[in-house]
Design a protein around this ligand. Structure first.
Ligand code: ZN
Length: 433
């Protein structure tokens, strides 16, 4: 074991163009990319891995995740499990993420512990010093209109919204998450534009960012007009709202795979909302609407990042590739979808996580690029890894224990810059199955 690994004759996809670069060599030194060469190249003393027929992709960023919860068809119930159990779930989820190539998770909501602080804060603290753990940024506990869900911080009005947002920051969160869906399941946002704007301004005054959950049209409208930094889900955007998002630099974080996950529950559960004909019809309509929203966002030039919503939705941790597949079905080019879970997510992260993002994955010279490994069922179906079948690169360094601290990334690595400037690849147009 030399600490150096040469991957030979492999293929690169970076999500920036629709083509792949083949026949490249890549040297990893102490867990970081030292150089990438378009030709066969040797490296003295390096262990050699035959990368023939596999594709190197950027490390992934799950921009919408809930580490403390396990997902599944009872996903909301699981949020009421004991705090120690939720922390154990988070450890399990973190391991699954890294295994699937997801090195960043943006945690957009967790239940609070007995002390009132979000459990995700303890998780983030633990992960920050844990070997082999993903980078994590947390929004703390969801802030919602009174009556929404018991595990949220309940507020009555705009003043409460602002106060609760600042309280989350005071507790140590990286950013803030508010819910713009109403408790009564109506189609009206429970807050006015001015109320949300007040919370945005207060959070921005602290140099932090604020994101808004909005699955309904009116919630997205309010969030976009108020100038939140991003809208989560955004399943009912129209062209007018998308244009407002673009104008106010509001990113969209898609979570389409939740709907795809629900669609499987008609066969795997007895839950009537998923198994009944009426339930299936409603779900199909919702999916069509969500796909149309992605198209509207794309037309308007909105930055699209993506997340699996694992834990806080029914998806399980590590199935992020499902989201890529859904985005492609919704109309994104394959390399755009890959961008949404890698470098473009970093752009969203920049807005939503402040300073932290500048050191995130996708940075040249960092651990941002790694052999895609141990892919989920859906990643295998993408066919992005080797023309149809995902393959594990059996590289024991993939599970190494070297640190992931962002501060140690060499952002100005000359080789790294060159790597990026080459516009090496695109991806999934290579062949979905
Ligand atoms: Zn969520």
């Amino acid at each position: 074991m030399t600490g150096r690994l040469l991957i030979r004759d492999t293929c690169l996809a970076d999500g920036r163009s629709p083509s792949l670069q083949v026949g490249v060599s890549l040297l990893i030194e102490d867990g970081r990319i030292a150089w990438v060469s378009p030709d066969e190249k040797e490296a003295d003393d390096a262990d050699v891995l035959d990368g023939g027929g596999a594709t190197i992709v950027p490390a992934f960023v799950d921009a919408h995740s809930h580490l403390t919860m396990p997902g599944g068809s009872h996903w909301i119930d699981r949020g009421s499990d004991p705090p120690e159990h939720l922390r154990a779930v988070a450890r399990h989820n973190a391991a699954r993420l890294v295994q699937a190539g997801v090195l960043w998770a943006r945690d957009v909501g967790s239940p609070a512990g007995p002390d009132g602080r979000a459990i995700s804060l303890l998780v983030a603290q633990e992960m920050s010093s844990a070997a082999g753990a993903p980078y994590i940024r947390v929004a703390g506990t969801w802030i919602a209109k009174d009556g929404y869900l018991p595990m949220t911080v309940a507020v009555k009005d705009g003043a409460g919204l602002r106060e609760a947002a600042l309280a989350q920051l005071d507790a140590g969160t990286d950013f803030v998450k508010i819910m713009l869906d109403p408790p009564d399941r109506s189609d009206q946002c429970p807050f006015t534009v001015d109320e949300v704007r007040g919370a945005c301004e207060a959070v921005h005054a602290r140099g932090r960012t604020i994101t808004a959950h909005a699955t309904i049209l009116d919630g997205a409208r309010v969030g976009a007009e108020a100038g939140v930094d991003s809208i989560e889900h955004g399943m009912e955007l129209d062209d007018s709202i998308a244009v407002t998002m673009k104008r106010n630099n509001v990113a969209l974080v898609s979570t389409l795979s939740v709907l795809a996950s629900w669609a499987t529950f008609d066969r795997t559960t007895r839950i009537e909302r998923f198994t009944s004909e009426e339930g299936k019809r409603r779900l199909a309509a919702r999916r069509d609407g969500a796909f149309a929203a992605i198209k509207a966002a794309r037309r308007a030039g909105v930055r699209i990042a993506a997340g699996s919503d694992f834990g806080g939705g029914s998806v399980r941790a590590g199935h992020l590739a499902w989201e890529v597949e859904q985005l492609v079905e919704a109309g994104l080019e394959p390399h755009e979808a890959l961008a949404a879970i890698s470098w473009r997510r970093r752009a969203a992260q920049d807005r939503t996580c402040g300073q932290a993002a500048a050191r995130g994955p996708g940075r040249p010279g960092s651990r941002a690029w790694r052999p895609a490994r141990r892919s989920s069922r859906t990643l295998a179906r993408l066919g992005c890894l080797q023309g149809g079948r995902a393959r594990c690169l059996e590289n024991d360094r993939d599970s190494d224990t070297s640190e992931f601290h962002p501060d140690s990334d060499n952002e100005n690595s000359r080789t790294g810059q060159a790597f990026f400037s080459q516009e090496l690849a695109g991806c999934l147009s290579y062949g979905r199955i």
